[in-house]
Write a protein that binds this ligand. Structure first.
Ligand SMILES: NC(=O)c1ccc[n+]([C@@H]2O[C@H](COP(=O)([O-])OP(=O)(O)OC[C@H]3O[C@@H](n4cnc5c(N)ncnc54)[C@H](OP(=O)(O)O)[C@@H]3O)[C@@H](O)[C@H]2O)c1
Length: 250
């Protein structure tokens, strides 16, 4: 029996990186997946094709998930196609400049915070009512190890992701009585386009300081998301789970 058979999962930012690996992993375990993308149509279509070739169900939906109107349309399309959303993965990666606080322009700081939280807020506003009706649902927020541990130049990212953590914890508390679980996955350094510019010596240094002696690939994060999405973890909510090879032990 497949872990997610009969379930539908919406993954934001699923054209590349962690989101793409998550779409593929959840589909491989029986979920019908909605592959959200913003600019990378070709990549999103390819993810859908790869899933379908393996006998899975998927379709791609373009939406900028920092825009509430586009989120509404995306969720409406998903509901039209599959009837319901059982699993929501808040994953889209909002880019941000890496620079010390004193050089950080307020506008760039504000944009990062707003995008991260607006997206989570409005995605949940759209999917939670259906979950409440069905008295069941799983929301997984993709945060970062940097939400609890600062990194030089990452003040906007750390602040935005710690806001996301607090948002997820609040929803876990409020929505638990309706059978909805809300959890946070906190990846460590993961090999995606977002980290492709990081110098190799820094990546190797991080790998060397990691108990499991490497940094993550997107499938490592997707595996943890699968665990939380499956009913086998049905008593876990409000959790913050580092997926970092042990570099962040809490
Ligand atoms: N990589 C790491 O080391 C790492 C570590 C900790 C946490 N994370 C978190 O993991 C998540 C995924 O990161 P990643 O490394 O996989 O990023 P990535 O490879 O750069 O991919 C980013 C994804 O987000 C999508 N996206 C960006 N802005 C969007 C928007 N406004 N609306 C819809 N989709 C949007 C992109 O879609 P298009 O290409 O279609 O525009 C793409 O699919 C992020 O939340 C990130 O903060 C990553």
């Amino acid at each position: 029996m497949e872990l997610l058979s009969g379930k539908t999962a919406l993954i934001t930012g699923a054209s590349r990186g962690i989101g793409a690996a998550t779409a593929q992993m959840l589909a491989a375990h029986g979920a019908a997946v909605i592959v959200n993308y913003m600019n990378s149509k070709q990549a999103a279509d390819q993810i859908v094709k790869d899933i379908e070739v393996k006998g899975g169900k998927a379709f791609a939906v373009q939406a900028d998930v920092s825009d509430p109107a586009q989120i509404k349309q995306m969720v409406a399309k998903a509901n039209e196609k599959y009837g319901q959303i059982n699993i929501m993965v808040l994953n889209a990666g909002f880019s941000f400049p890496v620079m010390p606080f004193l050089q950080y322009p307020w506008e760039a700081f504000e944009t990062k915070l707003t995008n991260e939280l607006k997206s989570a807020f409005h995605c949940c506003k759209e999917v939670v009512p259906g979950m409440i009706e069905r008295k069941s649902g799983h929301i997984i927020a993709v945060s970062s190890g940097l939400s609890r541990q600062p990194g030089f130049g990452f003040c906007a990212h750390s602040t935005a992701k710690s806001g996301l953590d607090a948002f997820a914890k609040s929803l876990a508390l409020e929505l638990g009585p309706d059978g909805i679980r809300v959890n946070v996955i906190a990846p460590g350094l993961t090999d995606t386009d977002a980290t492709s510019n990081l110098p190799a010596d820094i990546k190797n240094m991080i790998a060397n300081h990691t108990p499991l002696k490497r940094y993550a690939v997107p499938e490592d994060i997707a595996g943890a998301i699968l665990m939380l999405a499956a009913d086998q973890s049905k008593f876990i909510t409000g959790a913050y789970i580092p997926v970092s090879g042990g570099i962040q032990i809490i």
